[in-house]
Design a binder for this molecule. Sequence first.
Ligand code: SF4
Length: 344
Amino acid sequence: MLIRKIVEKALDGGRLSSDEIAALFSTQLFSYEATLIQSASRRMSEKACKSLAEVHAQVGLDIACCPRNCRFCSFAACNKVFSESVDLPVEEIVTRAREFESDGANAIYLMTTAQYSFEKFIEIAQEVKKSLKPEPILIANIDDFSERQALQLKDAGFSGVYHALRLGEGRDTTIPPEKRLKTFRNAKEAELLLGTCVEPVGSEHTIHELVEKTIITREAQPVYSGAARRIPIPNTELAKYGAVSEARMAHILSVVRLALGYEIPGNCTHEPNVVGAVAGANLLWAETGTNPRDIEKETKGRRGMSVQQCREIFKEAEWGVLSGPSQFFSTSKTQVEYGTIIKE
Ligand code: SF4
């Protein structure tokens, strides 16, 4: 299969088949064709977001020995990383959200483990919402939720959710894949916009699995997808695979970008890095509080980057950064506007 033809098809707005996506993933790193893929990915990302990248910022609310036991997560009970629970006090959560607001984050996420009380989460979200200016966009990153809970999230002021059907879901986690997909549908029913990602990528994942998850994220009609690598948690079963290099992740996120098409404006990568941004990642995350990839209770100043550091990365990658609320998480009208850009 001619890689150039597949790339041209994607750039012309064509929907790539699973075989075509597999051919792109299989392309040898640093070959002429791989460079072509990354260049096209960057071009598509720029066109899809009017050349303005975004920095989103996440506050991790708690640490708990989580019974879902996702093997890549430092909160998983089976990984025995944390022996005590942590719950950030509401005042602290509000302070951190306000810091992100004044730092210019385009959207603010509240993240919890699956152990966190949903009712408490809603109460905290309402406090955060009240303390912020009207503009900031609030996103929930929590356990699977029901249709009724999706409506409660919407009422509490969330514009959307981050949710993913992860690589190895049901194998490296105890969560049935169908449950994750049902949460996608529940969010959509409640008009919560979805952010998702092909994650957490490890060196053992096959091309077949990468293609499958890429197509699932495309079909979920999110405002962004992308690719993020797994961070090895020391002394755990998955740590033996190490971490996929940033260079390889840049290739993977480029393929995801071309498979998503222009209608999905965002293409994220995590953790933030210049190579990924050069290759077409137009969304990076800052983090504070708890972090499922960290073995320290507080990720700020450690694994978690600041909004300013993410902006610096975009600057090094020659991206402009949006000022103001996230355009990715704006209403569906924005999606139509993005559609207009494509036809220019
Ligand atoms: S990823 Fe979420 S659900 Fe899975 S173990 Fe970690 S906190 Fe629990």
